[in-house]
Design a protein around this ligand. Structure first.
Ligand SMILES: Cc1cc2nc3c(=O)[nH]c(=O)nc-3n(C[C@H](O)[C@H](O)[C@H](O)COP(=O)(O)O)c2cc1C
Ligand code: SF4
Ligand code: FES
Length: 622
């Protein structure tokens, strides 16, 4: 590093006087003394400049005070004044708090269509953050386009084509190829993960506006006149909801006519479980969080990124206040002064709707006990994992945390935090109003309650199906979805989205509920059921799913980051090596930090176990 040949004059321009780069001969004696003597000697030998070296500074050799001239500019990267003014114009008087970093990045991305290096440097200065912190966050999220100095920004229009499983079954790959050809170089066509509209596959997003049952002509027309997302026209606004007795329960809670213990008991007796995927008993979670010291916070999970899942969107669009009332009751139960509602960026119409309807609830004086903050995701499936979501709300990359401590103990901003899925909260009012028996009297095959299944794939009528807990896949297809799609024979199904494994049709009579599928290497998770047919190659299905996990891995731990990549490679090239894939899967399951890496091998293990006849066939495609 300090070889004499490297002392080129340009390296000693005044602005580059970085202590580590000084030849030790220039250090005051005390600094050299600080080195071990052998090390000091060696360093001296290595670094003493040759006599021909040009003077290091204009005043070198003149003696005098030995003080340097003050630098002409501040150290480090200089902020472009125009970019700084532009960032200030966008931020106006918004607080420059760290946790708002992602919100502020959205402002710039929305306005300019990308994040230039100059704007990022300006934002870092404005928020008093290190530039690296801003960069690491901006580059983590798929919906931010970071453009380096001198690089061309992306075209004004971006078309995202969902290539997750339900869309792949219905022609996403063909659509990608058609669009790349048809739209030309002025429109950017990129792959994207599930957009929460799997029942209307294939799906694209032109900018932020989704095109359902997309074909190349529809998407080209939308790309020619890109539109802004508009507030979803819900059939049940504030007045309609309140007219039907809406918010009476919340008012009773706030007026002291109901006690917190009473509400927790009803929810517990009904057996309401977390519907985000883990199925943790809701009443118990509320008690655990209440047992932690105040102030406690509340985070609501509307990230809904599990491929095949679209139930939260369904309820928010149709009946947002039933969810808002449940959210406000839960905030009251745990006495959270602040509630953070994290909504995925793929649902812009829902974000607008929630802003509008929450403002109405606030205006009616129903939210005085908790301040609601809506936070917008930025395209990262992992942010649905509860601790990653908390990191993201804090304005950071969505890296899951190690547990313990659990988020109920140390969560958002270091405070005990209740985290709850949208649908879990949606049912609170009905369960309390209609009673425990109303909920528990439903259910099949010895299960209790009902569940919202997001059904997609090869059925006649896909969609959200409110069905008894414990219903089987066969019953779902026959009774709720009008049977298989024409020309398709039932071959297998995903009981719980991308993570929940794959089962063959001959195992379609197992009750679908928490705790029943684990012994088969599967789980019901968020109740996203994708139906597969004789037209679908199971190896291609598993490859699609592992590629999703490879793309969405946060990269924090090696078993998941490297394991998903290796598995995808092994599955895509040549015959499957069952032994090697099983070994790799065991490592991922046992050593990954969070549920993503632990569950990622489920689909491939299921193909090895339940579809042995498929293994010797060449890899299929749609
Ligand atoms: C990789 C991963 C992704 C997840 N994605 C979501 C999600 O999109 N929405 C959700 O509510 N829960 C998701 N979860 C579950 C959450 O971690 C958490 O259990 C849930 O939000 C708690 O709320 P609940 O008890 O009401 O289900 C995910 C979990 C993992 C491991
Ligand atoms: S398992 Fe995957 S997603 Fe989870 S922390 Fe590790 S790398 Fe990130
Ligand atoms: S929207 Fe494409 S798979 Fe869900």
């Amino acid at each position: 590093m300090f070889a004499p040949a490297m002392f080129a004059p340009a390296m000693f321009a005044p602005a580059m006087f970085i202590p580590g780069m000084f030849p030790p001969a220039m250090f005051p004696p005390a600094m050299v003394d600080g080195l071990g003597s052998a090390q000091a000697k060696q360093t001296m030998t290595l670094t003493t400049p040759p006599p021909t070296t040009v003077p290091l500074r204009a005043d070198a050799g003149r003696g005098g005070s030995g003080r340097r001239r003050p630098p002409r500019t501040p150290k480090g990267r200089q902020v472009d004044p125009t970019a700084l003014a532009e960032v200030r114009d966008l931020l106006i008087d918004r607080p420059r708090r760290r946790d708002l970093l992602i919100e502020h990045l959205h402002l710039i991305q929305d306005h300019y269509g990308h994040l230039s290096a100059a704007h990022l440097a300006a934002l870092a200065q404005e928020m008093r953050l290190a530039l690296t912190e801003v960069y690491e966050v901006a580059t983590f999220y798929a919906h931010f386009d970071v453009v380096k100095d001198g690089a061309a920004p992306p075209p004004a229009v971006t078309v995202r084509v969902c290539d997750s499983l339900s869309c792949a079954l219905l022609g996403a790959e063909r659509l990608l190829a058609d669009l790349t050809r048809k739209l030309g170089p002025n429109v950017r066509v990129v792959r994207a993960p599930c957009m929460g509209a799997c029942d209307r596959a294939p799906v694209c997003a032109v900018g932020h506006v989704q095109v359902m049952q997309a074909d190349a002509a529809k998407v080209a027309a939308a790309a020619a006149r890109p539109a802004h997302a508009e507030c979803y026209p819900t059939p049940t606004g504030f007045d309609a909801y309140a007219k039907g007795g809406g918010y009476d329960l919340l008012k009773a809670c706030l007026d002291g006519k109901r006690t917190r213990d009473d509400i927790i008991k009803i929810v517990s007796d009904a057996g309401l479980r977390g519907l985000g995927g883990a199925g943790f008993p809701t009443g118990r979670k509320w008690s655990l969080v209440r047992a932690e010291p105040a102030p406690r916070l509340f985070a609501v999970n509307c990230d809904e990124g599990e491929p095949g899942t679209f139930k939260d969107r369904y309820y928010l669009e149709r009946d947002p206040h039933r969810f808002i009332e449940g959210m406000l009751i839960a905030a009251w139960v745990v006495e959270a002064p602040d509630t953070y509602l994290y909504v995925r960026d793929e649902y812009p119409e829902v974000i607008l709707l929630l802003r509008q309807e929450i403002a109405r609830a606030e205006a009616a004086g129903l939210c005085k006990h908790t301040k609601i903050h809506i936070r917008r995701g930025a395209g990262a499936y992992i942010c649905g994992e509860e601790s990653a979501m908390i990191e993201s709300i804090e304005g950071k990359r969505g890296l899951p945390r190690h547990r313990p401590p659990y988020v109920a103990q140390v969560g958002l901003f270091g405070r005990p935090t209740l985290e709850q899925n949208v649908e879990t909260l949606y049912w609170v009012r009905d369960i309390v109003d209609k009673g425990v028996a109303w909920f528990t009297s439903q259910g099949r095959h010895e299960r209790k309650g009902f569940r919202s299944f997001s059904v997609s794939g090869r059925v006649k009528n896909p969609g959200v199906k409110l069905a008894p807990a414990g219903v089987t896949a066969r019953e779902l297809i026959d009774e709720f979805c009008g049977g298989m799609a024409d020309g398709h024979t039932f071959k297998g199904y995903l009981p719980g989205g991308a993570s929940g494994g794959i089962l063959p049709a001959l195992m379609a009579d197992i009750p679908l509920d928490f705790g029943t599928l684990e012994k088969y290497g599967c789980f019901v998770g968020s109740h996203a059921v994708v139906i597969l047919s004789d037209k679908d190659d199971m190896k291609a299905v598993a490859l699609n799913l592992i590629r999703f996990f490879e793309d969405e891995s946060c990269g924090q731990c090696t078993p998941c980051r490297v394991g998903t990549e290796k598995a995808a490679h092994l599955m895509a090239h040549g015959p499957w090596d069952a032994g090697l894939l099983e070994e790799l899967s065991a490592l991922m399951r046992d050593a990954s930090i969070c549920g993503l890496g632990q569950a990622a091998p489920n689909p491939l293990l299921c193909v090895l176990k339940y579809f042995p006849d498929e293994l010797n066939k060449p890899l299929g495609h749609w």
